[in-house]
Design a protein around this ligand. Structure first.
Ligand code: DUC
Ligand code: ZN
Ligand code: ZN
Ligand code: ZN
Length: 473
């Protein structure tokens, strides 16, 4: 069965035009003002008049399988990939986060095994480097050869995932050698530990003290620290979940020196502020993530950085934990914000929140919207033009977007597997009417219609490699 998407307004970072798109199998076959399908055989026609057609969105920073802070993140690839697709995200890049003592290859197989045969959308991984000793390099080379062309390091969470400076240096050296990107969580772990200890000792134990335990200076120091290692090694870097002006400015100082470093922010920082973590009755725990949700004064700066291109991608850092039983691990009478699992579920809502608060308010235009949600990640992580574009030969990952939709976010209707929604009651403008993932209609009118197990791991290319990402399926 072929698919004909008729009369949609196709939006890419540099184009806007009305055309028909013919999908055959898993790929886009033809794009033309009018496509006659009388000789094509069995065709389903989808009317996209008055709707936008975007390349499938890519979320380059999610956690699905995540043993963390004494518990496990709540989604599996069943709920996680369905939630992603309902929102318009057709490719996930998940952080593979082995514990320090784990064998990296075994961990990679474990993470892969959670997605294979279950995910309804496409996926890849950033390989967490949580230790670097004499056994590490050949294993990482093997993982990169399998199409996982980025590493992830944590400067925070020392003891669990965090690396030493020697390990960071060796990771960046190897990344430079292999042409892979080092993605990094930038917060100074020792400063966080000291500040946490002081706050708890002073009886400041509620969720509202999570932000003061990781202030903007702690994040900016992490950015400066990481960028110094990029500068010394020549490796390419990507700073995940940049939350504030201070962190962006720290990175800019290195960008202008020629350091190859790109910045990501995540949707919670663009629409929430730290007063959410001050909500009574321990509700603030729902908004504990790291780096923390900041003071409102940072939001405009982040939006301007998105518009101007200083920040290149909007991801989620989707890390879903229930309120009851999980966020409550830090609840009174033994209240301790350091025991609240860090993370806000958001993989489902990123596109509609960016549309509502970005496009509909005029902060960004439709082209930038597509770039931030799809094309930029495809380019930076070796998937372009197979992903992140709309042209013949590329994967038929498409979002047919209804700009006239109006709705409200609620845990009662969301697809994510958590008992709360951090954006409960938020009004939204626009949502996907239809989503295709490699030609498979996976969403219609907000409902998942795809197939679990349809998703495939995307083999990504390294930086500077001549590999045409569309050459092999
Ligand atoms: N930050 C979070 O908030 N959750 C998961 C890991 C991280 O870095
Ligand atoms: Zn992180
Ligand atoms: Zn430092
Ligand atoms: Zn993360």
């Amino acid at each position: 069965m072929s698919l004909l998407i008729q009369n949609g307004t196709i939006i890419t970072p540099d184009q806007r035009y009305v055309a028909d798109i013919l999908i055959q199998g898993e790929s886009i076959y033809r794009i033309a003002p009018v496509i006659d399908t009388s000789d094509v055989g069995d065709v389903e026609i989808i009317d996209a008049e008055g709707k936008y057609v975007f390349p499938g969105f890519i979320d380059p920073h999610v956690h699905i399988y995540l043993p963390f802070m004494g518990t496990y993140a709540k989604d599996t690839y069943d709920s996680g990939s369905r939630a992603a697709l309902v929102g318009g995200t057709t490719t996930l890049i998940e952080m593979c986060c082995p514990a320090r003592e784990d064998d990296p290859w075994d961990a990679y197989q474990l993470w892969k095994g959670k997605a294979e045969g279950l995910s309804a959308c496409d996926y890849s991984f950033h390989m967490g480097v949580t230790r670097f000793d004499e056994t590490t390099e050949p294993l990482l080379r093997r993982i990169v050869a399998d199409g996982v062309t980025s590493f992830k390091v944590f400067l925070a969470y020392k003891g669990a995932f965090g690396v030493s400076d020697e390990e960071l240096y060796r990771t960046c050296r190897l990344a430079k050698d292999l042409g892979v990107v080092v993605t990094a969580h930038c917060e100074n772990a020792d400063l966080v530990a000291q500040l946490q200890t002081s706050l708890v000792a002073a009886g400041k134990t509620g969720p509202e003290f999570h932000e003061p335990s990781r202030p903007v200076a702690v994040e900016a120091e992490g950015v400066h620290h990481f960028c110094t290692f990029l500068k010394m090694t020549g490796a390419a870097g990507y700073i995940v979940h940049t939350s504030c002006r201070d962190a962006v400015e720290a990175a800019l100082k290195f960008q202008v020196q020629g350091v190859d470093v790109n910045l990501e922010t995540v949707i919670p920082y663009l629409v929430l502020d730290k007063t959410y973590a001050e909500r009574p009755n321990f509700e603030g725990a729902k908004y504990v993530m790291s780096p923390p949700i900041r003071d409102l004064s940072h939001q405009d700066y982040l939006w301007n950085a998105l518009r101007s291109g200083v920040i290149s991608t909007v991801a989620t850092d989707h890390a879903p934990f229930d309120f009851v039983g999980q966020k409550e691990m830090g609840k009174p009478p033994e209240s301790d914000f350091t025991k609240i699992p860090n993370g806000i579920p958001s993989v489902e809502h990123r596109p509609t929140l960016l549309y509502t608060h970005g496009v509909a308010t005029g902060r960004i235009d439709l082209h930038r919207f597509v770039e931030l949600l799809s094309t930029s990640a495809a380019k930076q992580f070796g998937m372009f033009p197979r992903k992140g574009s709309i042209q013949p030969g590329c994967d038929a990952d498409l979002v047919i977007w209804d700009p006239d939709y109006r709705g409200t976010i609620s845990a009662a209707t969301h697809t994510m597997n958590t008992d709360y929604d951090g954006f409960e009651g938020f009004p939204i403008i626009g949502r996907p009417a239809v989503v295709t993932c490699r030609g498979k209609v996976s969403v219609r009118d907000g409902q998942f219609t795809g197939t679990l197990g349809h998703g495939r791991q995307v083999a990504r290319s390294t930086k500077g490699s001549d590999v045409d990402s569309m050459a092999t399926p």
